[in-house]
Design a protein around this ligand. Structure first.
Ligand SMILES: [Zn+2]
Ligand SMILES: [Zn+2]
Ligand SMILES: [Zn+2]
Length: 107
């Protein structure tokens, strides 16, 4: 596949971007995929509602998406710096790197 760096050979995700030279420096650290989530841990704590669920690929916690009122997945990145989330919705297989602003797809 063109555009893949040799150092990413063990990575299970690839960058999906039209931006020339777009690279995610976190690919080698990411698990293969995210398990489906059942609830946003922060919304449960706060008694708020979520729209979609995202799983942090660093610590495995589930948070809510940017369409949700509290945007806990974004808040989690800004709070602790874990860069990549993946969809925790059934049937969805994609990830997003906040640090690099890049969409990732499974290889
Ligand atoms: Zn990245
Ligand atoms: Zn939430
Ligand atoms: Zn995390």
């Amino acid at each position: 596949m063109s555009g893949d760096r040799l150092s990413d050979q063990t990575a299970v995700w690839r960058v999906e971007s039209d931006r020339p030279g777009a690279e995610c420096g976190h690919l080698g650290d990411l698990p293969a995929r995210a398990a489906v989530g059942t609830e946003c841990v922060d919304c449960v704590r706060m008694g708020t509602r979520w729209v979609h669920l995202r799983r942090c690929l660093t610590c495995d916690e589930v948070h809510c998406c940017d369409d949700s009122p509290q945007r806990h997945a974004s808040a989690h990145f800004h709070a602790v710096g874990h860069p990549v989330i993946a969809s925790a919705e059934r049937g969805e297989d994609w990830a997003w790197c906040y640090a690099d602003d890049l969409f990732l797809l499974p290889r």
